[in-house]
Design a protein around this ligand. Structure first.
Ligand code: GNR
Ligand code: NI
Length: 167
């Protein structure tokens, strides 16, 4: 199965709003399988469809050590969020940048799996943070956009410098 290309910040396509999935067909299952493979290969602990230029509400996450606990979230909604967590985040679309972002410590999420079956997930810690990070992607928001304008400017300058070096 093919690996998907991950968009790099800054890219206007990372700011597109994902729409809900309405049809749970083979195309969706293929997207989920390709996204999971791309996430594991990267490697990352999560991936949102937005990052592979598919603007549908689809997320894959695996925060397990053994990389054997894939969670697929289609049309996710946070129904409860409590506490405050600030862990250092990274993003496959913003390579080499790690920054603290304030998030809820625990979230209750309603979603569907790739077959359309609804479920509720109660997450905390890294899983909760990762789900919030991925849901931001679906809304067109990249984690660096939680930071001050000054920090964002510095990050853009750093990324541009890296790009020039690798060119
Ligand atoms: O691989 C990833 N690690 C990570 C670490 C802390 C908080 C969030 C994440 S998600 C990130 C993969 C990614 O970019 N998902 O969109
Ligand atoms: Ni990300």
């Amino acid at each position: 199965m093919p690996l998907l290309n991950i968009l790099r910040y800054p890219d206007a396509r990372l700011h597109k709003l994902a729409t809900p999935v309405t049809v749970f067909d083979d195309g969706l299952k293929k997207l989920v399988a390709d996204m999971a493979e791309t996430m594991y290969e990267a490697p990352g602990i999560g991936l949102a469809a937005t990052q592979v230029d598919v603007h549908k509400q689809v997320i894959v996450v695996d925060v397990s050590e053994r990389r054997d606990s894939l969670v697929v979230l289609v049309n996710p909604q946070i129904v409860e969020a409590t506490g405050v967590s600030d862990i250092e985040e990274g993003c496959l679309s913003v390579p080499g940048i790690y920054e603290l972002v304030e998030r809820a410590e625990r979230v209750k999420v309603r979603a569907h799996d790739q077959n359309g079956k609804p479920f509720t997930l109660e997450a905390q810690g890294v899983l909760a943070v990762c789900i919030q990070h991925e849901m931001d992607h679906l809304k067109g928001k990249v984690f660096v956009e939680h930071l001050s304008q000054l920090k964002q400017q510095r990050i853009r300058a750093k990324l541009a410098k890296h790009l020039r070096k690798s060119a």
